[in-house]
Design a protein around this ligand. Structure first.
Ligand code: CP
Length: 307
């Protein structure tokens, strides 16, 4: 049985196979009709979500499957060890998608689950997002190899998954990340990726965007801290540090790069309103692509071939 806890779980061939199937499902939704009939997707959320919840539920439904959603705090995951709850849940579910705060908790969930587990975003990785990002690059550019993505912002879970996805598909990644979240920001991991030539690191945003085919940003503050009063001072500090790295007309002057953002958007912070609405913005296409990559992923993990 296979899980998707991060893109480390997939070979380069599996990643490109997932993207090809996602594109086939996008172009011809009838291909997937009924493939998940009789299967149940169990979704567990310890953090807020719009896209992950909606796209998994709609995606499973379009494939003929059913879904159940539980909020961590209103379930008994909140009061009992994960291993017991995971064993019970996996006796009814065919596949689990969990958005948990800690990667270590997700690993425990997978260890004790009898069915495949998908990471719906934790403190280390966001593999479904990276698959959607790569699909957006693939369908826009017509290929992945030779493309350059410049990721600008705080080095976080999204940056980690993007780096793993780029490593597996031959996309060059330039990181303009003055700081990182813990534990996602692992200097040793970054050095390893740099040594492999997968990523390049620079703080020269204006120069980097001129070399990029795609420029990507994300929130400077993770969702679980966004409205947390205890994080207020740190949020202010980050805003002051990061404002010079905002994706806006001035910083992207001369660049022809497409604009990516995984949403939710904080206009006036990591990106200006004009860049969200720019003709070069692929933000909504990128968000829509979550559904197709996740359909391909669920079918792959359930060992259901696409006809
Ligand atoms: N990008 C993303 O994961 O969106 P949600 O947090 O709304 O699920």
């Amino acid at each position: 049985m296979k899980h998707c806890l991060s893109l480390k779980d997939f070979t380069p061939g599996e990643v490109t196979g997932l993207l090809d199937n996602a594109l086939r499902l996008k172009k011809n939704p009838s291909l997937g009709r009924g493939l998940m009939a009789g299967r149940w997707l169990f979704m567990l959320f310890q953090k807020t979500s719009t896209r992950t919840r909606l796209s998994f539920e709609v995606g499973a439904g379009q494939l003929g499957g059913h879904s159940v959603v539980m909020d961590w705090d209103s379930s008994n995951f909140a009061i009992s060890p994960i291993r017991y709850e995971a064993r019970y849940v996996s006796s009814h579910a065919s596949i689990i998608m969990a958005r948990l705060k800690k990667h270590s908790d997700l690993t425990q969930l997978a260890e004790h689950s009898r069915v495949p587990v998908i990471n719906g975003c934790d403190d280390m990785f966001h593999p479904c997002q990276a698959l959607a990002d790569l699909l957006t690059v693939y369908e826009t550019a017509g290929s992945l190899k030779g493309q350059t993505v410049c990721y600008v912002g705080i080095h976080n879970n999204v940056a980690n998954s993007l780096a793993l996805g780029c490593q597996r598909t031959g996309v060059k990644l330039i990181l303009v990340t003055p700081e990182g979240n813990q534990p996602a920001h692992d200097p040793r991991m970054l050095e390893e990726w740099e040594a492999q030539g997968v990523v390049e690191r620079t703080l020269d945003l204006k120069e980097a965007v001129l070399r990029a085919d795609f420029v990507y940003t994300d929130t400077w503050v993770d969702m679980e801290f966004f409205r947390d009063p205890a994080f207020k001072a740190e949020k202010e500090r980050r805003i002051n540090l990061m404002l010079p790295y905002q994706l806006n007309e001035k910083n992207l002057a001369g660049s022809q790069a497409y604009i990516l953002h995984d949403m939710p958007i904080h206009p006036g912070f990591e990106i200006s309103e004009s860049m969200v609405e720019s003709p070069r913005s692929l933000i909504y296409q990128q968000a829509e692509n979550r559904l197709y990559v996740q359909q391909a992923l669920m079918l792959h993990l359930l060992d259901i071939p696409l006809p």
